[in-house]
Design a protein around this ligand. Sequence first.
Ligand code: GRG
Length: 319
Amino acid sequence: MEAFLKQKHIDYVKSQEEHRSYEYWLSEHLRMNGIYWGIMALATMDELSALPRAEVEKFVLSCWDDKYKAFGAFPGHDAHILSTLSGLQILKIYDSELKQLTNEQKQGVVKFIEGLQLSDGSFQGDRFGEVDTRFVYTALQALSLLGALTKSVVDPSVEFIMRCQNFDGGFGMAPGSESHAAQVFVCVAALAVVDRLDLVVDDAKLAAWLSERQLPSGGFNGRPEKLEDVCYSWWVLSSLAIIDKKHWVDLKKLQSFILSCQDPEKGGFSDRPDNQTDIYHTCFSITGLALTDAPGFIKIDPIFCLPCEVTMGMIKWKD
Ligand code: GRG
């Protein structure tokens, strides 16, 4: 099995922030997510200090959208639920009490998120109306980080998620949509945030669907008949971890596949061996490796995709 090239990956993450390439400016709309992916990759390797905390926090706070009272992906962008969760996660990694935000800002975020819930329990990402189970997870995790989950938000959310479970045991992005591993993660993790995993009555069926994602290479695909992609190392394995079934897959073969996706010269990971690296695949390769219990990583909470030391002792939600 190839060795994990830790220093190369630290340098790769740093280079993403230091190097203002054409692609950097083209991906402004993903900047907040990108920083979360970089920070999570570093935190998982126990190398958080490789990026300057003050500058990272300053950037996050500069994405505050004072009209909608939440975070956009880049300074001057409108607030969106995805960048808001990433912003909260980054701040929380540095300070589990979120002291970087005023109470007024925290209340603003709670109102912003609650205002995105629709009558069927689903959430839209912003006022433009895209609906996806991703946003239910994002909303529940963000409200949980703020200690602001209420029954009136949770009950309809849970009802909506359960309408997205399919006959094959998996979950899709909306009721009737095809099962997809990343959507399984957001649905199962959302149920876990609010302690409603009991609703997944046939977890063996779900675990079977998830473990069928492992291909002969050791990597996972996201749904039947598709190619493996290293990011599913996280989406599939975290889902199995949440339902306590990691042992249903071959973790050694998965480690070997993940390591084969490293760029041995510049660091970083690509979706499959020898492809172009990016910070998204780098994050979910490293967090995925940590979930395989490979040595040298800190413990990652599979429900929140945050270091366990950040979520430990956090009251996720009170009835
Ligand atoms: C805090 C971990 C965390 C997540 C926040 C944004 C979000 C919540 C979750 C994203 C989940 C998601 C839908 C990820 C996309 C995964 C992916 C690679 C989809 C690509 O789908 P296709 O159809 O690829 O292009 P396949 O692999 O099916 O061919």
